[in-house]
Design a protein around this ligand. Structure first.
Ligand code: WQD
Length: 336
């Protein structure tokens, strides 16, 4: 049976996608260099699925190492998660972001051509959309590319590289998945988001405050043009996001060309609404204070997921309560 290569498969979204694919009966190969993930995830993936996982510790941008992966397996599709993804860090280290995120993609495309592999699913991001002018959900036809940071620009540039590659090769099938705000964790509590150091993102910061690892949440601004003044985002459960990759792979295997899809719920949640939901669902204290706005934040970023719903036949199943409950279970396991 053909193998699915998952780069960055020990990371947050990669590991949940690996579980989804294995539980669907697929044979996967994981590549990870642990630059932003933990080696222990491999054992936990095997614990969740009951399957041994073929794994290579290497950099997805390393041509020699990746040649070994392709020549030792029958790779029929690549799900490409491996990449640096911290917005703030990308401003400080733009060259490292361009080198790492773009080189890994070019290395994979060259090896795919050499080894007759024609399906490529790319982990893109809603950050390519920039600021919503009219506070309406983004569709895939909305303008992209006016990114506010080098991280977002790498995502957009890679989308353009993949479009050009698909235009030049009639056999190539590319699906670009623009994620909105992934949160939550696998129901087992064995895998989840485990940021190194102080979290940048909202949910891991909330769970670390709730568990007492951090003293207080700072809400970055309550003077935005939104109903309660705090920023609105489209939070999507990582399990729904993983299922979206399965739908995207099935689509890629039956089409050629390059297609882009938003993966979000279509529902907006403010920071203050998230705080209240988390407190209610988990019955925990969550001290917070209103702080200054964070540079680069936009007031509103919500998906219109209609295209993915209709074309990929994919729908989100998990609720915000599920996301808060599963994030909390994972955090409590983390410190256990
Ligand atoms: C969400 C909201 C903050 C932390 C980023 C990347 C995006 C994607 C998802 C990779 C914002 C507020 C946050 C805190 C807060 N990553 N917040 N206090 O910025 O929407 O998106 O992560 O693809 O590319 O840009 O996510 O979780 O950082 O912030 O008030 O301590 O929570 O201001 O309104 P964001 P986030």
């Amino acid at each position: 049976m053909a193998d699915i290569l998952i780069t960055g498969g020990c990371g947050y979204i990669g590991s949940h996608t690996a579980v989804e694919f294995i539980n669907s009966g697929m044979d996967i190969v994981i590549v990870d260099n642990f630059s932003n993930s933990d080696r222990s995830v491999l054992g936990r993936l095997q614990q969740i699925t009951g399957k041994r996982i073929r794994f290579y510790e290497c950099d997805a941008a390393d041509p020699q190492a990746m040649e070994k992966v392709f020549s030792e397996n029958r790779i029929s599709a690549v799900i490409h998660f491996a990449g640096f993804k911290a917005v703030g860090e990308s401003v400080k280290k733009p060259l490292a972001y361009y080198r790492n995120n773009i080189d890994s993609t070019l290395t994979l495309l060259e090896l795919m051509k050499k080894h007759n592999c024609y399906n490529f699913i790319f982990s893109s991001s809603a950050t390519v959309y920039g600021e919503s002018k009219d506070m309406k959900p983004f569709t895939e036809n909305d303008e992209a590319g006016k990114c506010s940071n080098p991280y977002g620009r790498t995502k957009y540039m890679i989308e353009e590289i993949l479009r050009d590659a698909a235009n030049a090769d009639d056999n190539l099938s590319v699906v670009l998945l623009r994620y909105f705000n992934p949160i939550g964790a696998h129901e087992s509590g064995l895998i989840g988001e485990n940021p190194v150091g102080i979290p940048n993102n909202l949910m891991p910061f909330i769970t670390q405050v709730a568990v007492g690892k951090l003293p207080k949440l700072r809400v970055f601004g309550n003077d935005y043009p939104t109903p309660d003044g705090s920023c609105i985002r489209d939070y999507i459960h990582v399990a729904d996001l993983a299922a979206g990759h399965m739908s995207a792979l099935l689509y890629a295997e039956n089409h050629t060309g390059c297609e882009v899809f938003n993966l979000g719920t279509g529902k907006g949640t403010s920071v203050l609404e998230m705080v209240e939901t988390f407190r209610r669902v988990n019955d925990v204290e969550l001290p917070y204070e209103i702080a200054d706005r964070r540079e680069g934040d936009v007031p509103y970023c919500v998906a219109d997921p209609t295209k993915a719903n209709k074309v990929l036949l994919w729908e989100c199943k998990k609720t915000l309560d599920d996301m808060c409950r599963d994030s909390w279970r994972w955090q409590k396991n983390c410190i256990a």
